[in-house]
Ligand binder design. Sequence first.
Ligand code: NI
Length: 199
Amino acid sequence: MLKQPEAAAMLKPSETVVYKFFFIYYKNMEIIIFGNELLRQKAEPVKDFNRELKTFLENFLNTMRKEKGIGLAGPQVGFMKRIFAVQTEKDVPLVFINPSIVETSQEMVKYEEGCLSIPKVWAEITRPETVRVQAWNERGRPFTLEAEGILARAVLHEYDHLEGILFIDRLSELKRNKLIAKFEKIRALGYADTVCGKP
Ligand code: NI
């Protein structure tokens, strides 16, 4: 076996660098939870596609992945700008900046929804089946997307966040109050997994 200094001498400088510094650090973003007034405010348009926005997006997308969300909106991390991301299974994340909903289908569908800002509760919500959305991507390029299924659902849910609307607002008052009561119970128990019906 080689002694330490000899082993080190066998490495080219570039290899040493790879061994020592091959780490990527992300800033952890805290998800804002139901009850915080920021979730009720309307987000402002993004004006500059600058370096700050790029850095924000790296951390933002990483937070979404870590929390296993299929979507995340700026206000959910206290960033009051019109920006959200969606990542349905297998797909790469799609970033929507200053989005506008161009068209929605007349056909409505029911689908079970949850939200990282109201953890551990779910409810069936009725929304349009398809949506056409126009937005700018992370490189500042405009695009239009026609979505259906879970992607349409995620786009509409995240868009609502930019308007200060939460999925529970789309329930009847009775159902909403029941869900809030359930959530408050779970919150009081510290989000214990044992009280949650789903993983
Ligand atoms: Ni949400």
